[in-house]
Design a protein around this ligand. Structure first.
Ligand SMILES: *[C@@H]1O[C@H](CO)[C@@H](O)[C@H](O)[C@H]1NC(C)=O
Ligand SMILES: *[C@@H]1O[C@H](CO)[C@@H](O)[C@H](O)[C@H]1NC(C)=O
Ligand SMILES: *[C@@H]1O[C@H](CO)[C@@H](O)[C@H](O)[C@H]1NC(C)=O
Ligand SMILES: *[C@@H]1O[C@H](CO)[C@@H](O)[C@H](O)[C@H]1NC(C)=O
Ligand SMILES: *[C@@H]1O[C@H](CO)[C@@H](O)[C@H](O)[C@H]1NC(C)=O
Ligand SMILES: *[C@@H]1O[C@H](CO)[C@@H](O)[C@H](O)[C@H]1NC(C)=O
Ligand SMILES: *[C@@H]1O[C@H](CO)[C@@H](O)[C@H](O)[C@H]1NC(C)=O
Ligand SMILES: *[C@@H]1O[C@H](CO)[C@@H](O)[C@H](O)[C@H]1NC(C)=O
Ligand SMILES: *[C@@H]1O[C@H](CO)[C@@H](O)[C@H](O)[C@H]1NC(C)=O
Ligand SMILES: *[C@@H]1O[C@H](CO)[C@@H](O)[C@H](O)[C@H]1NC(C)=O
Ligand SMILES: CC(=O)N[C@H]1CO[C@H](CO)[C@@H](O)[C@@H]1O
Length: 832
C-alpha cells in the first residue's frame, strides 16, 4: 500500500515538474500512510479527530460556518458520505450543483486547513431515502443489490469511478495537493453479509479490487467489515469502540462512526447523549490504542425534501450533535469535546510512538501508560468504568486523583490531570425561540387554499393499468411519495353489500381510502414498521362503485428486499354474513403522485398571492385532508436561524419559495413514557436513555435556511400540502438565539462565557464561587461562597459578548469552605 502511493506521488510530482507547473501545487502534495499506531501525514505521526457533516443536510451558505466551528472545536477532518440517489436521480442524468456540489464543499474544507474522509459507499444507509441508492437501480432487469451480481456491480463501478474522477479532476486527493486522506468503499456490509453467503464474500473481495483499481493513492477503508481484504482498513462504528481491534495488526485502530446521539423517528422522543458520556467513549478509545475517530454526526442538519429515509425518519437530523441542526454550538457538548481534543493532542507524540500498557487497579479502575522510549516522555489515561462508585486513586509520587464513576482522567506526564470526561468546564447554552412579529389577531397571515385536484382518481381514471396490485417502487420509480391504486366494483345485491367493510392488507406506511368520492379514512403503522391492515365500514350502491386508495411511503435501508405499498394486497370487501369479495386481481388503474405535485403548486412565480383563479381566500378550512395552503411572510431581520412552527398541522410536505423544507408531521406525538427529569451520564448509553420531549410532537419546528429567504416585505411564500387535516391559523415563524448561558467550572479552571450572533451578556442571574448546587436554571448557593462572587462576574461580563475568568481565590477572594474536597463556580447569565 504505502509504496504504491509513494510511487504514484512521485509520478505525479514528476509530471508537474516536467510541465514546469507552479511550485505551490508541488509543495501542497500530501503523503498519507499509516501504521498500527498512527496516521502519518507528510511524515508527521498523528491522531485524527474527524467529524461527519453531510453536505446535502445543510446549504452551501451554511458550509463555511459549520466547517469553521468544527475547526475551532479541534476537528482535523470532515467526513461525508456521497448520496448517489441525489446525484443521479435518473440513470445517466447527474446533479452536482447547489448543496450537491461536494467538490465545492471539499474545497471549503481544504481552505479551512482540514482534511476530508470520503465515504463513497455508494450504499450509505444514513437514515437517507433508500439508503442512498437510486430507486431506478432497483428496477433494472436482473439486478440484485449489494452482492456478486454483474448488473449491480457495473452500476456501482460506474458511479464510484465517476465520483473518483470528479475528485481527481479537481485535484482533491491528498497526493494531488487536495484534502482527501481516506476513502471508503461499501458500508457496514459485515453486519448484513451472512444471508448473502459465498456471493457476499466474493462481492466484498470485488469491492476491494475495484476500489484499488481506481488509483486514488490514499488508503481505502471498510467499516464494520471484520474480514476486510488486506489492502482495506476495517474500522468500527458504535457508541463505544474501546474493545475493537482491526483484523490486520498493521492497521490503525479507526472508529468511523462514534454516535454522538441518535436520529429521530416520527412518533419518537428527542434523543440526548450527555457530553460526559461521549467524552468518556472517545477518551476510552484513545486509552485503548485508538488513532482515528469520527463523530457521527458532528453536524446532523436537516433532511430536506424527500431525503429522509423510511420508515418514518423525521425531517430534523439534529442527532444531538456538537453543532445543532441550525449550526449553533450545542453547549456544553461542543466545548467539552474541544477540550478533550486539545488534551489528547498534547500527548500526540507519545501516543503515536508507543503502545499502551494497562494496569488494573481494581473495582473498574485502569491506569494506561504510554512511554515514548528512549526519550522517556509519558502520557497516561486513568479510567473508572464503575457505573456507581467514584474512585480516589493514589499514584504515590505521581499524585492523588479523584476519578468520578464512568470517567477517564488524562494525565500529562502521567502526573498532572489536564482533563476528566465527567468534569465539565464548559458553558451550557439554552437556545430560545422568539416569535417573529406579533401573534395578535390582525397580524395573522392571510392564507390561500386549494383542495388537491382528485376528480380523475376519485372516478377511477389513472395513467396506466395492471390486473394486479403493484409494488410501489416499481410503479413510481420514487418520483413521489404517493401512489393511487384505483378500481371499480359492480354491485347488484344491495342486501349483502350496502353496508360493507373495506379491508386492505398493505406493507405501509400510510393509507388513505375513498369510496365513491367519499373519504373513508386514513391509517398508518403505529410503530413505523411495515405491514398493517386497514379496515373501515363503507357504503356501496347498486351499479358501479369506485374504490380509490392512496398509498404514501418512503424507503428504508433494506427495502430492496422488502416490498412497499399495497403490493399483492389482498384488498377485500366484506359484506353481510361475512361474504368476501377479493379485489386483488381486479383491473387496477394507477397514478403516481399528487395533482398538486404535477401542477407544481409549490412553485412561486411573481406575486405569490396571485393564484390563477383556483386558490380561495375566504373561509380558511381546518381539519380537512388533502389540502394545499399558502401564505406570504416577511423574512425575519438579522442572521439568527429561522424556523416555522407547524403546531396545529397534521402531516404533509412544506415548501418555502418553491424549495422543499421537508416532510412535516407535528400531529404525531412522542410516547408519554420513558422520559426522566434527571439524566445520569453514567453507564452504557443506548438510544432511548435520557430521551426527552415525551408526549409532545416529535417535530414541531422546521428549519428554513436563511438562504431560502428573500429580504424585504412579503417576498416569501410558504406552501403546505396537508394530507390528513390541520389548522394553518396556528402557524408562526420564529428565530433561534441563545437565551441563557450557564457556566460551571471547578477550582483552578477558567470559565468562559459567550453569547452568539452579536448578542451580549445583559444580566447575571446567579454567580457563586464555593459549593453551590443545582442544574442550569435552578442554581442555589451552598454552605460557603466568596462574598463578592456576583459583583466580580458582573464586572467582568455585563455588556460583553464574551468574558472569562479563573475560578480561583485570587480572582474571587477567599472562601472558607473548610474541608470541602473541591470548590467550584456556577454562573447563570442572560444573553440579549
Ligand atoms: C491504475 O494504475 C495502473 C498501473 O499504473 C494502470 O494499469 C491502470 O490503468 C490505472 N487505472 C486507472 C483507473 O487509472
Ligand atoms: C471495567 O474494567 C475492568 C478492568 O478494570 C474490566 O475487567 C471490565 O470488563 C470493565 N467493564 C466494562 C463493562 O467495560
Ligand atoms: C462498582 O463498585 C461497587 C462497590 O465497590 C462494586 O460492588 C461493584 O461490583 C463495582 N462494579 C463494577 C462493574 O466494577
Ligand atoms: C396587533 O397588530 C397590529 C397590526 O400589525 C398592530 O398595529 C398592533 O400594534 C398589534 N398589537 C399588539 C398588542 O401587538
Ligand atoms: C349480479 O352479479 C353477479 C356477479 O357479480 C352475476 O353473476 C349475476 O348474474 C348478477 N345478477 C344480476 C341480477 O344482475
Ligand atoms: C396480510 O398479508 C400477509 C402477506 O400476504 C399475510 O401473511 C397475512 O396473513 C395477511 N393478513 C390478513 C389479515 O389478511
Ligand atoms: C358519503 O358519506 C356520507 C356519510 O359519511 C354519506 O351520507 C353519503 O351518502 C356518502 N356519499 C356517497 C356518494 O357515498
Ligand atoms: C364475521 O366475522 C367476525 C370476525 O371475523 C365474527 O366475529 C362474526 O361472528 C362473523 N359473522 C358471521 C355472521 O359469520
Ligand atoms: C429513570 O431514572 C431512574 C433513576 O435514575 C432509572 O432507574 C430509570 O431506569 C430511568 N428510566 C429511564 C427510562 O431512563
Ligand atoms: C488564569 O490563570 C492562568 C494561569 O493558570 C493565567 O495565565 C491567566 O492569565 C489567568 N486569567 C485571568 C483572566 O486571570
Ligand atoms: C454497528 C454497531 O457497532 N452497533 C452497535 C452500536 O451500539 C449499540 C448499543 O450500544 C449496539 O447494540 C450495536 O450493536
Amino acid at each position: 500500500m504505502q509504496s504504491s502511493w509513494t510511487n504514484w506521488t512521485n509520478t505525479f510530482l514528476l509530471s508537474i515538474a516536467l510541465l514546469g507547473s507552479c511550485l505551490s501545487v508541488l509543495a501542497a502534495a500530501t503523503d498519507v500512510s499509516y501504521d498500527s499506531r498512527a496516521i502519518i501525514i507528510n511524515g508527521e505521526r498523528r491522531v485524527i479527530f474527524s467529524g461527519a457533516i453531510h453536505y446535502p443536510r445543510s446549504t452551501p451558505e451554511m458550509w463555511p460556518d459549520l466547517i469553521q466551528k468544527a475547526k475551532e472545536g479541534g476537528i482535523d477532518a470532515i467526513e461525508t458520505y456521497i448520496f448517489w440517489n441525489h446525484h443521479e436521480p435518473q440513470r445517466g442524468k447527474y446533479h452536482f450543483s447547489g448543496n450537491l456540489n461536494f467538490v465545492k464543499f471539499f474545497k471549503l474544507v481544504q481552505k479551512a486547513g482540514l482534511h476530508v474522509v470520503l465515504r463513497i459507499g455508494p450504499y450509505v444507509c444514513a437514515e437517507w431515502n433508500y439508503g442512498g441508492f437510486p430507486v431506478w437501480l432497483h428496477n433494472l432487469p436482473g439486478v440484485q443489490l449489494r452482492t456478486d451480481n454483474q448488473v449491480y456491480k457495473d452500476e456501482m463501478q460506474r458511479f464510484t469511478t465517476k465520483i473518483v474522477n470528479l475528485c481527481k479532476e479537481a485535484n482533491l486527493f491528498a497526493p494531488q495537493g487536495g484534502p482527501i486522506i481516506f476513502a471508503q468503499i461499501e458500508n457496514e456490509y459485515g453486519n448484513i453479509m451472512e444471508p448473502y453467503g459465498a456471493a457476499g464474500k466474493s462481492y466484498i473481495q470485488w469491492c476491494a479490487t475495484m476500489a484499488e483499481s481506481l488509483n486514488i493513492s490514499v488508503p481505502w477503508i471498510m467499516c464494520q467489515q471484520s474480514d476486510a481484504p488486506q489492502t482495506m482498513i476495517n474500522t468500527c462504528n458504535g457508541f463505544y469502540c474501546d474493545k475493537f481491534t482491526p483484523n490486520n495488526p498493521k492497521s490503525p485502530k479507526m472508529w468511523t462512526e462514534n454516535w454522538t446521539g441518535w436520529f429521530k423517528n416520527w412518533g419518537g422522543k428527542d434523543p440526548y447523549r450527555t457530553a460526559e458520556d461521549v467524552a468518556y467513549a472517545v477518551a476510552r478509545f484513545f486509552q485503548t490504542g485508538g488513532v482515528f475517530q469520527n463523530y457521527y454526526m458532528y453536524h446532523g442538519g436537516t433532511n430536506f425534501g424527500r431525503s429522509a429515509g423510511g420508515p418514518f425518519i423525521a425531517t430534523s437530523y439534529d442527532y444531538n450533535a456538537p453543532l445543532d441542526e441550525y449550526g449553533n454550538l450545542n453547549q456544553p457538548k461542543w466545548g467539552h469535546l474541544k477540550q478533550l481534543h486539545a488534551a489528547i493532542k498534547s500527548g500526540q507524540k507519545v501516543l503515536t510512538s508507543s503502545s499502551p500498557s494497562t494496569t488494573q487497579i481494581g473495582n473498574g479502575v485502569d491506569l494506561t501508560t504510554y512511554v515514548n522510549n528512549p526519550v522517556g516522555d509519558k502520557f497516561c489515561f486513568l479510567s473508572n468504568n464503575n457505573t456507581t462508585e467514584d474512585a480516589h486513586v493514589d499514584l504515590k509520587q505521581d499524585g492523588k486523583y479523584f476519578v468520578p464513576a464512568w470517567s477517564v482522567s488524562i494525565l500529562a506526564g502521567c502526573n498532572k490531570e489536564i482533563y476528566n470526561t465527567a468534569k465539565v468546564n464548559t458553558q451550557t447554552s439554552v437556545i430560545v425561540k422568539k416569535s417573529v412579529g406579533s401573534n395578535n389577531e390582525s397580524a395573522k397571515f392571510q392564507w390561500a387554499w386549494l383542495s388537491e385536484p382528485m376528480w380523475d382518481v376519485l372516478t377511477g381514471k389513472g395513467k396506466f393499468r395492471e390486473t394486479k396490485l403493484l409494488e410501489q417502487k416499481e410503479a413510481t420509480g420514487d418520483a413521489s411519495d404517493y401512489l393511487w391504486y384505483l378500481t371499480t366494483v359492480e354491485i347488484n345485491d344491495t342486501t349483502t353489500w350496502t353496508n360493507a367493510i373495506l379491508r386492505v392488507n398493505t406493507t405501509g406506511h400510510v393509507l388513505h381510502a375513498y369510496v365513491n368520492q367519499n373519504f373513508t379514512g386514513s391509517q398508518w403503522t403505529a410503530d413505523g414498521d411495515h405491514r398493517f391492515i386497514f379496515e373501515k365500514p363503507i357504503t356501496l350502491k347498486s351499479g358501479t362503485n369506485f374504490i380509490s386508495l392512496l398509498s404514501a411511503t418512503n424507503y428504508g435501508s433494506f427495502f430492496d428486499l422488502s416490498p412497499a405499498g399495497i403490493v399483492g394486497g389482498p384488498v377485500q370487501l366484506i359484506g353481510k354474513g361475512n361474504v368476501t369479495k377479493d379485489l386483488s386481481s381486479n383491473p387496477w388503474s394507477y397514478k403516481t403522485g399528487l395533482g398538486g405535485e404535477r401542477a407544481r403548486l409549490y412553485k412561486v412565480k411573481q406575486s405569490p398571492m396571485l393564484g390563477r383563479g383556483k386558490w380561495a381566500f375566504k373561509g380558511l378550512p381546518s381539519g380537512k385532508p388533502m389540502m394545499w395552503y399558502r401564505t406570504s411572510f416577511n423574512a425575519p431581520s438579522g442572521t439568527d436561524p429561522v424556523v416555522v412552527d407547524l403546531q396545529g398541522m397534521g402531516k404533509g410536505q412544506a415548501w418555502v419559495n418553491g424549495r422543499s423544507i421537508g416532510r412535516y408531521w407535528p400531529s404525531f406525538l412522542a410516547g408519554k413514557d420513558g422520559c426522566n427529569t434527571s439524566c445520569d451520564y453514567r453507564g452504557e448509553y443506548s438510544s432511548d436513555k435520557c430521551a426527552m420531549n415525551c408526549g409532545n410532537p416529535t417535530q414541531r419546528w422546521y428549519h428554513i435556511p436563511r438562504s431560502y429567504l428573500g429580504n424585504g416585505k412579503h417576498t416569501n411564500t410558504l406552501t403546505l400540502f396537508e394530507e390528513i387535516g390541520g389548522d394553518p391559523s396556528q402557524i408562526s415563524f420564529q428565530t433561534l438565539s441563545i437565551g441563557f448561558v450557564c457556566g460551571s467550572v471547578y477550582e483552578g479552571k477558567t470559565l468562559e462565557l459567550s453569547c452568539q450572533g452579536g448578542q451580549t451578556i445583559s444580566e447575571i442571574h446567579f454567580a457563586s464561587f464555593g459549593d453551590p448546587q443545582g442544574n442550569c436554571g435552578s442554581f442555589k448557593k451552598g454552605s460557603c461562597e466568596a462574598v463578592n462572587s456576583l459583583s466580580t462576574v458582573q464586572k467582568a461580563c455585563v455588556g460583553k459578548t464574551t468574558c472569562s475568568f479563573n475560578a480561583t481565590e485570587a480572582t474571587f477572594g477567599s472562601v472558607n469552605c473548610g474541608h470541602k474536597y473541591s470548590k467550584r463556580l456556577l454562573v447563570h447569565a442572560r444573553c440579549l
